[in-house]
Design a protein around this ligand. Structure first.
Ligand code: ATP
Ligand code: MG
Length: 360
């Protein structure tokens, strides 16, 4: 049985370990701002990288994981060498001048996802939607500019209207589109040990969501290949909120619900991190069989957690309100009994550290 050491059982020197085999379930990671969720997530992911062969995809809105794979100076030499040897692919939106850029293909999106990006409704915008559907059949292999000129120069008014919509929304100008360059979906399809999507640097608020939609849609479309992947979503309330607002957000939330409900048997395993359980769609939350809980103050949130995660004893959940940073409760399939844990140190460098108050 492969165990992942993540720290010590609180109040003892006994190692605290999670059962790697049970990452074939969905996991919920929760705690208030600053409680150490992202740090603790890093501790777990490092062990997954070192002790298993499970590929990881990280949706990283704050560039927290862009240095996963760069050992700290104090990490022992053998571990550091193992970490350096990993195939870590970081796709950037924030640091555009370093490494690979995070891009996805507009034309690679499904018709419903393209429609969501273009705010097209199949009933209210029947003609344009139908044109999108029909042009999709012959536009395969087109690049974006051929697609646009075909629409624009068409004698069919619905095609011209669709071109006008795309131009008016200025969607094609988004930085996230690959325009022939390597797309994140291609990188992920190769299953590097870890692919980090640094999502935070785009201008339009829908761009990071379109990127998430493109990669998750691709994983779902190819689910029958049954190639396992741990899909880590930090700040998951941006990806599957209970009340999605924009069409892209609605499409993304629906997709995450689908993966939460049915992805498990295809090897699509979610690890969702957020500050409050109510910020995640309930259909997603209820599918999580593993829980990592850091400090949480709000009595309402604690009650909600006890209700949804019946396997975490209520008294232990309540105790999280007095946790200091580094303390966590783990419960569910990935350990035999619920346990309080003192998290161990990170082995790799944290990316986006807290901004410090300038002091004289
Ligand atoms: N166990 C730990 N040991 C040392 N430092 C820690 C530990 N946990 C957290 N920290 C530090 O505390 C700060 C906040 O932690 P972190 O970013 O993980 O919180 P968070 O719960 O993800 O917060 P947010 O919800 O705002 O993203 C970071 O600078 C991190 O380095
Ligand atoms: Mg965080």
């Amino acid at each position: 049985m492969t165990q992942l050491p993540i720290g010590t059982v609180f109040g003892t020197t006994e190692p605290a370990e999670l059962n790697a085999a049970k990452l074939n379930r969905h996991t919920f990671w929760c705690g208030q701002s600053g409680s150490g969720k992202t740090y603790a997530l890093g501790v777990l992911l490092e062990q997954v990288l070192l002790r298993t062969e499970l590929p990881i995809l990280v949706l990283d809105p704050n560039a927290d994981f862009v240095r996963l794979g760069e050992p700290r100076a104090e990490t022992d030499a053998a571990t550091a060498a193992a970490l350096r040897g990993l195939d870590v692919r970081v796709l950037h939106s924030t640091q555009r001048d370093v490494g690979e850029a995070l891009k996805v293909r507009f034309l690679g999106l499904s018709v419903p996802s393209k429609a969501a990006v273009l705010r097209l409704d199949p009933i209210a915008d029947a003609e344009e939607y139908n044109m999108l559907l029909r042009i999709n059949r012959f536009a395969e292999g087109f690049d974006e500019s051929t697609y646009m000129s075909t629409l624009r120069e068409s004698s069919n008014p619905a095609q011209v209207q669709l071109a006008m919509r795309i131009e008016n929304l200025q969607v094609m100008e988004w930085d996230v589109w690959s325009r022939g360059a390597l797309a994140a979906t291609d990188v992920i399809a190769e299953r590097p040990r870890v692919t980090v999507l640094d999502l935070g640097g785009f201008t339009h608020p829908s761009e990071p969501k379109a990127a998430a939609l493109a990669v998750l849609e691709q994983l779902w479309a190819r689910r029958e290949e049954r190639r396992p992947i741990l899909i880590v979503i930090d700040e998951a309330h941006n990806i599957c909120p209970p009340n999605p607002q924009s069409p892209v957000e609605r499409a993304l939330t629906a997709l995450v619900q689908l993966i939460a409900a049915e992805g498990r048997k295809f090897g699509l395993w979610l690890l969702l991190s957020t500050q409050r359980p109510t910020k995640i769609h309930p259909n997603v939350l209820s599918q999580c069989d593993n829980l990592g809980l850091m400090r949480m103050n709000s009595p309402r949130d604690l009650l909600e957690l006890s209700e949804v995660f019946g396997y975490a004893p209520e008294a232990m959940v309540q105790a999280s309100s007095s946790f200091v940073q580094g303390r966590a409760l783990f419960a569910g399939g990935f350990l035999a009994e619920p346990a309080f844990v003192q998290m161990g140190p990170r082995l790799t460098i944290e990316g986006g550290a807290d901004v410090r108050v300038p002091l004289s």
